[in-house]
Design a protein. Structure first.
Length: 118
């Protein structure tokens, strides 16, 4: 069983930056694909970014390309989401997830709130 704990959320003004972290335990982190997802009330969960277990494949939703960067440190069992040039529409609960392949995510964190004020 993999446990995931997100941190780094908060309140930031538009144009600012935040870095989310997700610490994993209980599994072989270096063999897991990792992803960041977000959800706002009344909307479906959205895939924000994904990274393969080797770190050689990444995916970003169009709305964050050029602003967000996903990375991982397998020595620290941690995945990051660097968010720059934040916009009010980035406001959401951000979830970290882990899976045995790039397209399917089994384990989820509890979420961290990101609020971007205009």
């Amino acid at each position: 069983q993999v446990q995931l704990v997100e941190s780094g959320g908060g309140l930031v003004q538009a144009g600012g930056s935040l870095r989310l972290s997700c610490a994993a335990s209980g599994g072989t982190f270096s063999r897991l694909s990792m992803g960041w997802f977000r959800q706002t009330p009344g909307k479906e969960r959205e895939t924000v970014a994904k990274i393969s277990w080797k770190g050689d494949n990444t995916y970003y939703v169009d709305s964050v390309k050029g602003r967000f960067t996903i990375s991982r440190d397998n020595a620290k069992n941690t995945v990051y989401l660097q968010m720059n040039s934040l916009k009010p529409e980035d406001t959401a609960v951000y979830y970290c997830a882990a899976g045995i392949n790039y397209f399917s995510y089994t384990y989820w964190g509890q979420g961290t709130h990101v609020t971007v004020s205009s």
